[in-house]
Design a binder for this molecule. Structure first.
Ligand SMILES: Nc1nc2c(ncn2[C@@H]2O[C@H](COP(=O)(O)OP(=O)(O)OP(=O)(O)O)[C@@H](O)[C@H]2O)c(=O)[nH]1
Ligand SMILES: [Mg+2]
Ligand SMILES: [Zn+2]
Ligand SMILES: [Zn+2]
Ligand SMILES: [Zn+2]
Length: 510
């Protein structure tokens, strides 16, 4: 057996690919072993979420109308089930992992399920290293609209940066049709907080700087905003946050969306820190310091609301309000360079957002919270719709906002590209998935005021050039004592070392 470790995208149990269980392809109510039945493990997983959201998959069903989760599930390794498989298990292996098994009627099933929760493992899930990404943000932040647009545009946009993206299951398509973002169409409804939506899986294929091909699976979770709030009158997070906690806790990276109105400081809007507080309670300090967190100001194309709830048509967009550019420019792609990420282009926008967030620090403590708790975060601005919203009359005198033209999202893949530049390839390869040319500015970067060297990371205390810290002190490479920049030699008696590790030459002493 090939021996790929698989992490279940539903319950996060880990198991070897040869340990997967299978839903039977043969379904026959008249044959005991193959009769449809309620699956306890599966029901147990979905119970807290009010039932499954799995899609019916009729195309390859022989037994036409059987819901996939009612198919009998067996472990081909279970000695007591030998007779179901017609003897010892006849596995199918493809691309180095177990993908199917034959039953005693010689029917092949490729319906792999997790041995712990019996949820389906999509496509060849487990073949590549997997990275989990959660989308968080308060209700109305724009997560569903964003994710829907990612499902639609990610392949094309990432392709421009030489990363091929392919959905691994029908759920990406399903998600973007259910949560449609289109001209004159009603925008998605708030995501019901109790339900758990199917994880969205995509395979990314790319080459490293030496031309070697790599592949990774990315799994996205849309966590409804209501699940990220504190329980009324209690000191801990809401029950729902606990229910959705595992998805957040197992994330390799987080994308946090902030509705620009959250910076308004008015009482009608949760402030921009709310969702972070819940995250904070789910991870230990050390994880938080390394967890890539893309902080995205969403709806940059939006216009602020008037007190009566309507949109102020004449107001500038959030984008021009916040970063003082009339329209959000798309990230450039320098053709022919094999460009992965336009660093200068990104930095320019990022620095403006950074300045804005800092300027808000007095009213909205986002900057302070981030800089105190997170060691790996950066700022983004996205437009998931990218065209004006207009009011449309609906039935019964209701009106609602719809995109006035075909949506043209902007800068939606940047948070993902950045996350790729932070996460290692994995399976022993510690290089980042995406090697970026140039220096991506990060919050906390500093410039040495003594020698002028720019681009020093917050985690570095001393300037690599002149060895002085922000206060002009240097640490003795021999004895570790902190010295004043004014003194050339270490103050420790007999140490005779300078900040570069040179030893003092003694003249005339033998
Ligand atoms: N102008 C503009 N409006 C947006 C954009 N994204 C979201 N919106 C608006 O914000 C509303 C809420 O967006 P959703 O994506 O449903 O918000 P959510 O974060 O999924 O909210 P919950 O599901 O309640 O957690 C949409 O109906 C739009 O009116 C955007 O890019 N531009
Ligand atoms: Mg939603
Ligand atoms: Zn599972
Ligand atoms: Zn310096
Ligand atoms: Zn010393």
């Amino acid at each position: 057996m090939p021996g790929h470790m698989i992490t279940c995208p539903y319950c996060f149990k880990q198991f070897d690919d040869s340990k997967v269980h299978f839903r039977m392809e043969t379904v026959d109510p008249d044959e005991e072993a193959f009769a449809p039945r309620t699956d306890e493990k599966y029901e147990e997983f979905w119970e807290p979420f009010g039932g499954t959201t799995e899609l019916f998959s009729p195309s390859r069903d022989r037994a036409g109308d059987v819901s996939p989760w009612l198919r009998p599930v067996y472990d081909p390794m279970d000695p007591s089930k030998k007779e179901v498989f017609g003897g010892s298990a006849r596995y199918l292996v493809g691309d180095d992992i177990v993908i199917g098994v034959k039953d005693r009627h010689d029917a092949v099933t490729e319906r792999r399920v997790c041995p712990a929760c019996h949820n389906p493992l999509p496509g060849r899930y487990g073949r590549y290293p997997v990275k989990f990404i959660s989308l968080i943000g308060i209700s109305g932040a724009g997560k569903t609209v964003y994710l829907s647009q990612l499902c639609k545009f990610m392949a094309a946009r990432m392709g421009a940066y030489n990363i091929a993206v392919m959905p691994t299951s029908a759920y990406a398509y399903e998600y973007m049709t259910t949560n449609r973002v289109a001209a004159n169409a009603l925008l998605p409804q708030p995501t019901p907080p109790e339900i758990f939506q199917q994880p969205l899986c995509f395979d990314f294929h790319f080459r490293d700087s030496t031309g070697q091909p790599h592949s990774q699976t990315f799994v996205f979770y849309d966590i409804a905003g209501e699940n990220l709030q504190f329980a009324e009158g209690r000191a801990d997070i809401a029950e729902s946050a606990r229910r959705f906690g595992p998805f957040i806790r197992h994330s390799d990276a987080i994308i946090m969306l902030i509705d620009p109105m959250q910076f308004s400081g008015d009482d009608d809007h949760e402030d921009a820190v709310t969702a972070l507080t819940v995250i904070d309670s789910m991870f230990d300090r050390e994880r938080l310091r390394h967890l890539p967190l893309a902080v995205c100001i969403s709806q940059a194309d939006g216009k602020p609301q008037l007190p009566d709830g309507t949109i102020d048509k004449y107001a500038p967009t959030f984008c021009s309000d916040i970063i003082h550019v009339p329209a959000l420019p798309e990230m450039r792609v320098n053709e022919g360079m094999g460009e992965r990420f336009s660093v200068t282009d990104y930095n320019e926008l990022r620095d403006r957002i950074d300045a804005f967030v800092r300027s808000m620090a007095y009213d909205v403590p986002l900057h302070t919270t981030l800089s105190m708790t997170y060691g790996c975060y950066n700022y983004f601005m996205i437009e998931s719709i990218g065209v004006d919203l207009v009011e449309q009359e609906g039935e019964g005198g209701f009106s609602f906002m719809v995109p006035s033209a075909t949506p043209r999202p902007k800068r939606i893949i940047e948070p993902i590209l950045w996350i790729l530049s932070k996460l290692p390839i994995g399976r022993g390869d510690m290089r980042p998935i995406l090697e970026v040319r140039g220096f991506i500015n990060e919050p906390g970067d500093w410039t040495c005021q003594f020698c002028g060297r720019p681009h020093i990371r917050a985690t570095e205390d001393f300037c690599p050039n002149c060895r002085l810290n922000r206060f002009g002190q240097w640490r003795c490479p021999s004895c570790g004592v902190l010295n004043s920049g004014a003194s050339e030699w270490c103050a420790t008696k007999g140490c005779k070392t300078d900040r570069f590790g040179n030893r003092k030459k003694m003249f005339g002493v033998f």
